[in-house]
Write a protein that binds this ligand. Structure first.
Ligand SMILES: C[S@@+](CC[C@H](N)C(=O)[O-])C[C@H]1O[C@@H](n2cnc3c(N)ncnc32)[C@H](O)[C@@H]1O
Length: 511
């Protein structure tokens, strides 16, 4: 067997442990392609900063045979247990002799490296301790002269560390989640990378070809050289997994056309950065109309404790909460299966025992509420709600956010496609949705806008502004949704025209 296949636990504590440590293994067809690139400049040692069970060690052996050149392997790995697993999977102590048990980010090797290939742990920022986050912030200032937004995950710091260790004309290939190109921190990161290094190749995968099937990330491979920057790079899309065409194309120095499962195009760095390197080139001109010209967008209500604040009608009745403290609400994107929420949707949810009301106390002192409300709030205090992360920032803890009822909702994260929803039920949504407020109250304007938002081409444009996950899911922040390009022909058809551009494109995402 040439590849160590990872059997992923579908859920539960085992899956959680993998996530916490970022332990997902790279398949051979991808690892070999990456090694082919990094040794393409003549390097004789491949370094992997996070060895895991040795995917890149195996790949180095295979490429060594393919190019008939002796290649050494070195690396670091923080977890001695996985190295034991690597031995169990047939890698002997000699093969692993160049691997040190070491924290690559906090305690990196001190020599320059000519070829680095890796799949760093994708550990998202909310899994990092406060102390580590502070340390990483200092690290970014140290390495690139500026802090990165706190939402950058550990993998981003692996990339910075590794780039800093590259020898002159050295090469790096990292497989990273697309958030590296799409996150709020991306502009600062990529301005630095493309100023200091030469971005040569970005490899993307259609969802069916993902190297990590069943894992909710959209991976991209970044191939970067420590050489004078250039104005363009090669952007690759793999349409089929488990194919050697990508590796073979890289072994040929990217010179000849690859096979049919791989498509390549040359793109300007400036365009790639503006579009997001993980995305196909934008066909929409910068001057076109965007949603923000016609509507403003806000996130849904963050209750801090949906179990407590979202109530079933029967619960609200049993608790005798007066209507003035209740607002019709919708809790999960799954609660609205189609593209409209109306009275039938609410009736179906009530029947299914789902909450449909948001408990909305105002900021008055506890003793001024009616006794039934006071009793329920005291129950919340007994449950320790005032100490919860988000709730503890509210004064008083129970004062609920207010939102006008949005005529249009946007379901922004889910396995089903992201979509707009016409809100005919008068609900306010929780954070699984964004609220879209048309800039004019005129019903005709709303009808026209809704028609444009229902067009498949509009929905397809979400890929230009959202952060993509594996399996085609997409997440869009409020500011990003305001940048959604609206297709000119759809606007023409309904007779809407964009107002003259008044604002500059906003580059900063909200969370
Ligand atoms: C995504 S896995 C990749 C492993 C292997 N390179 C592959 O592609 O199959 C990341 C590995 O990084 C290790 N790791 C996590 N934090 C680390 C750190 N600070 N320094 C070195 N290794 C680390 C994890 O234990 C895990 O084995």
């Amino acid at each position: 067997m040439r590849e160590h296949h990872q059997k992923l636990p579908a859920a539960g504590p085992e899956r959680e442990a993998l996530r916490q440590k970022g332990q997902f293994w790279t398949p051979a067809w991808v690892a070999e392609a990456m090694v082919a690139y990094v040794v393409g400049g003549g390097a004789s040692t491949v370094f992997d900063p996070a060895v895991g069970v040795g995917a890149f060690l195996r790949a180095t052996k295979s490429i060594s045979e393919a190019i008939d050149r002796n290649l050494e392997f070195r690396g670091t790995e923080i977890d001695p247990d996985v190295l034991e697993q690597a031995k169990g999977a047939g890698l002997g102590p000699r093969a692993l002799a160049g691997v040190q048990i070491r924290d690559f980010v906090r305690d990196p090797p001190c020599t320059a490296l000519a070829a680095i290939a890796g799949n760093p742990p994708y550990i998202r920022h909310h899994r990092l301790s406060r102390e580590l986050k502070r340390e990483l912030r200092g690290l970014a200032v140290n390495l690139i002269g500026a802090p990165l937004d706190g939402r950058a995950g550990l993998h981003v710091y692996f990339l910075l560390r590794a780039l800093r260790l590259l020898a002159a004309d050295g090469r790096l290939a990292f497989v990273m989640p697309a958030d590296t190109c799409e996150g709020v921190f991306a502009p600062v990161l990529w301005q630095w990378i493309t100023r200091e290094y030469r971005l040569e190749v970005v490899v993307t995968f259609v969802p069916e070809a993902s190297p990590f099937p069943g894992v909710d990330t959209n991976p991209v491979i970044l191939m970067i050289r420590r050489a004078k920057p250039q104005d363009s790079f090669l952007w690759v899309r793999c349409d089929k997994g488990d194919s050697w065409e990508l590796r073979d194309w890289l072994l040929r120095g990217c010179q000849e056309p690859p096979g049919p499962s791989v498509s390549v195009q040359r793109r300007a760095i400036s365009e790639g950065l503006a579009t997001g390197l993980s995305r196909a080139p934008s066909e929409v001109g910068e001057t076109g109309a965007v949603l923000g010209d016609f509507a403003s967008v806000m996130r849904g209500i963050a209750t801090g404790a949906n179990d407590f604040f979202l109530l079933r009608r029967s619960e609200a009745e049993a608790l005798q909460i007066p209507d003035e403290f209740l607002v019709p609400a919708i809790g999960r994107t799954r609660d609205v299966p189609g593209d409209r929420a109306d009275t039938a949707t609410i009736a179906a949810l009530e029947k299914a025992g789902r909450p449909t009301l948001l408990f909305c106390p105002d900021g008055r002192p506890l003793e001024r509420f009616p006794p039934s409300v006071r009793a329920y709030l005291q129950e919340g205090e007994r449950l320790g709600l005032p100490q919860r992360a988000l709730i503890s920032t509210r004064r008083p803890w129970y004062k609920m956010e207010r939102r006008a009822v949005p005529p249009i909702l946007f379901a922004y994260l889910g396995r089903r496609n992201a979509r707009f929803i016409r809100n005919l039920a008068g609900v306010v949504p929780s954070t699984g949705f964004l609220c879209v407020y048309p800039r004019q109250e005129d019903p005709e304007f709303l009808r026209q806008l809704w028609e444009v938002l229902s067009q498949p081409q509009t929905v397809a444009n979400l890929a230009l502004v959202g952060k993509s996950y594996g399996s085609g899911a997409i997440k869009v922040e409020p500011r990003a949704l305001e940048r959604l390009p609206l297709p000119p022909c759809a606007l023409d058809e309904v007779g809407l025209s964009a107002p003259p551009k008044s604002k500059q494109m906003q580059l900063i995402d909200g969370d």
